[in-house]
Design a protein around this ligand. Structure first.
Ligand code: PYC
Length: 340
C-alpha cells in the first residue's frame, strides 16, 4: 500500500516512576474552546478516536496515559495539555505532567527552570531540574471534602476513608491488614479497590462537584522507611493501576495529612508507589475561604521513545479494538484537517 494513504500521529513516550505517558505532538486536530476545560470537552466529544488510536490496543495498552499537546488558553503558559487513558479523558495527571516536561525539553520547546502549563484543572507549574529528569510540579488547590466515610466492601467488611480532590477525585483508605501491598499482589489489590469504587458508585458517594470518585488509593507502610513515609496502590478509572505513586493522588494525600494536622508547610512527605518509586511532596496553605493546600510534587521522568503511529483507513481496527467501524468513517472525514 502506498504511504500516502496512511495517517501519521507523532508521539513521544516517557515513564515517570514506571507509569507511561504518551504525548501526542503532531497529527491531531486542535480541540476548540476558550478554556482548557472546554477543549477537554471538545476533545472527548469530537476526537475520541485520537484517544483510542494512541493509548488503546493495538498501539497502546491499558496502563498507557495519553497527553494531547495543545495551544494554551492562558497567555503566560508555554503549552496546554489534555490527559486521557484507556477509558476516557482525565482531569489532571501529574506523572503525565512530569513526562510532558521532559518531552517539551526533548523537543527543544523548554529548557530547565520553571514553566507554566495550562490544563483542564487550572494552570500548573513545572520546574525541570538541570539533570533533565527531575520535575517538580506545582499543582492546583487540593482539599479533603469528606472524612470517615464508611462503606461495606463485600468480602472485606467495612472500609473507612477520606474523599479528596488532588486534580482528580480520590477515595483514600488504609489497606486492610492481610492485604499485601506488593507488586506481586496486583490481582487482589485490584479486586479490593475495584470493589470500593463500585460501592462508592452504588452509595452515590461523589466529589463535591457531583463527579464520580474514579481513583481509589490505599496505603500501607513503606518497603523502606529510609526512603519513603508510606506506600500506596492507586487504581485508575480504567481498572489499570498506577505504576507511579500518582501525583494527583499524592496531592490528595497531602491535603488529607494537612487536614489531620500531620503535615505542615515546610514539611516533606515521601510517597512510594506500588513499584517503590517515590514522589516527594510538600504543601503551602491555600489562601481564601475554601481552605485546602497548594501541593508541590517532585518525581523523575525518562524518555522511552519517539515515533510515528500509523493509521491505515483500510484497517478494521484502525482506531482500536474497542470502537466500531463508524469511527473509521470519522477518521476518513477527519483526515484532511488532521494531515494538514
Ligand atoms: O500521576 O496524577 C497522576 C496520575 C493520574 C492518573 C495516572 N497518574
Amino acid at each position: 500500500m502506498s504511504q500516502k494513504s496512511l495517517q501519521r500521529i507523532r508521539v513521544v513516550d516517557s515513564h515517570t516512576g514506571g507509569e507511561p505517558t504518551r504525548v501526542v505532538v503532531r497529527g491531531a486536530p486542535e480541540p476548540c474552546g476558550k478554556t482548557m476545560r472546554e477543549k477537554r470537552e471538545a476533545f472527548a466529544c469530537e476526537n475520541d478516536w485520537i484517544r483510542t488510536a494512541t493509548v488503546c490496543e493495538p498501539r497502546g495498552h491499558d496502563a498507557m496515559v495519553g497527553a494531547l499537546l495543545c495551544k494554551p488558553c492562558a497567555d503566560d503558559c508555554i503549552a496546554g495539555v489534555i490527559f486521557f487513558n484507556n477509558v476516557g479523558v482525565l482531569r489532571g495527571c501529574l506523572h503525565g505532567t512530569m513526562g510532558l516536561a521532559v518531552t517539551l525539553q526533548h523537543l527543544g520547546l523548554i529548557g530547565s527552570g520553571k514553566h507554566r502549563i495550562d490544563t483542564p484543572t487550572g494552570v500548573v507549574t513545572v520546574d525541570l531540574a538541570e539533570d533533565g529528569a527531575t520535575v517538580t510540579v506545582g499543582n492546583v488547590r487540593s482539599y479533603r471534602s469528606a472524612t470517615g466515610v464508611e462503606i461495606v466492601v463485600s468480602g472485606y467488611g467495612t472500609v473507612r476513608g477520606d474523599v479528596a480532590w488532588g486534580g482528580n477525585w480520590f477515595f483514600l483508605a488504609e489497606a486492610p491488614s492481610g492485604l499485601r501491598l506488593e507488586a506481586g499482589n496486583i490481582e487482589q489489590l485490584t479486586d479490593f479497590t475495584w470493589r470500593i469504587r463500585n460501592e462508592l458508585e452504588a452509595a452515590n458517594i461523589r466529589g463535591t462537584d457531583g463527579e464520580e470518585i474514579d481513583h481509589i488509593e490505599i496505603f500501607g507502610p513503606p518497603s523502606n522507611p529510609e526512603t519513603a513515609d508510606s506506600k500506596n496502590f492507586v487504581l485508575c478509572p480504567g481498572k489499570a493501576y498506577d505504576r507511579s505513586p500518582c501525583g494527583t493522588g499524592t496531592s490528595a494525600k497531602l491535603a488529607c495529612l494537612a487536614a489531620n494536622g500531620q503535615l505542615e508547610p515546610g514539611g516533606i512527605w515521601r510517597q512510594a508507589g506500588i513499584l517503590d518509586s517515590v514522589f516527594t511532596g510538600s504543601i503551602e496553605l491555600a489562601t481564601g475561604e475554601e481552605g485546602g493546600v497548594m501541593p508541590t510534587v517532585t518525581g523523575t521522568a525518562y524518555l522511552t521513545g519517539e515515533s510515528d503511529l500509523l493509521l491505515d483507513p483500510a484497517d478494521p481496527f484502525v482506531t482500536s479494538f474497542s470502537v466500531g467501524l463508524q469511527d473509521v468513517t470519522l477518521l476518513n472525514e477527519a483526515r484532511n484537517p488532521v494531515g494538514s
